[in-house]
Design a protein around this ligand. Structure first.
Ligand SMILES: [Zn+2]
Length: 230
């Protein structure tokens, strides 16, 4: 166990690029959200109207749009078939609000059209949640007991966290791509508003890239450490 605690410095040095990227991405998404939440769309299009337009445009009639508490808590719930939009998005008519609403509606379109990466991601959610949580403790227990089969099983389980981030990334990029396409074709927005939307969604995408980099580096770090001690 000693090598794990004394390895803290090494761990943080190793993880530094990923941690910096995560902080940078979070800072950027927060800054752009704040900035474009204050820029109102000329036509005063609300988040709920944007999401409903995307649904109608794709012939989706069994998905509802509902408000949800919190800041940036927007998400699409595939089993309930509900697009939840946060307080700052649902009734807001800012560039940030319509971009986020179009993105979440993009997830509903993926679901309705049977977009494969989204289906894979949904199937992986429960598996990865459990596996990634028990993986590392299991590997550590295996290491303490010098039971290296257990170490390897633990690492494989831990690796599913990275796998989950890996399938999440294309799903998120695709939702944003759909969002931008819908925002362009609806004809409600000016060029500057579309540029603002693009910058909000790009910052959001960067947080998923950062999360992937973090979990891959984390996995490589622990794999290297365990194999060195084997
Ligand atoms: Zn998304």
């Amino acid at each position: 166990m000693v090598w794990l605690t004394t390895g803290y410095m090494e761990y943080y040095l190793y993880m530094l690029p990923a941690l910096l990227l995560v902080m940078l991405a979070q800072g950027l998404v927060s800054a752009r959200y704040s900035r474009f939440s204050r820029v109102m769309t000329a036509r005063r299009v609300t988040g709920v109207a944007m999401a409903q337009w995307v649904l109608a445009q794709n012939g989706i009639t069994d998905v509802t749009v509902q408000p949800v508490a919190g800041r940036m808590s927007d998400h699409y719930h595939p089993t309930k078939k509900v697009i939840y939009l946060s307080e700052g998005v649902y009734n807001a008519s800012s560039v940030a609000a319509v971009s986020i609403a179009a993105h979440e509606a993009g997830h509903a379109v993926q679901h309705a059209k049977g977009y494969a990466p989204a289906a894979v991601r949904s199937a992986l959610v429960p598996v990865c949640n459990v596996a990634s949580r028990i993986g590392l403790p299991l590997a550590i227990v295996g290491f303490i007991l010098s039971w290296f089969a257990l170490v390897n099983i633990g690492l494989v389980l831990f690796a599913t966290a990275a796998l989950f981030q890996l399938v999440t990334l294309p799903v998120e990029l695709d939702a944003s791509r759909r969002a931008m396409a819908h925002m362009r074709t609806c004809g409600w927005f000016e060029a500057a508003e579309l540029r603002g939307a693009k910058s909000v969604l790009t910052a959001a995408a960067l947080t998923y890239v950062a999360a992937l980099a973090q979990s891959v580096l984390q996995l490589l770090y622990f794999a290297a450490r365990f194999s060195r001690r084997n």
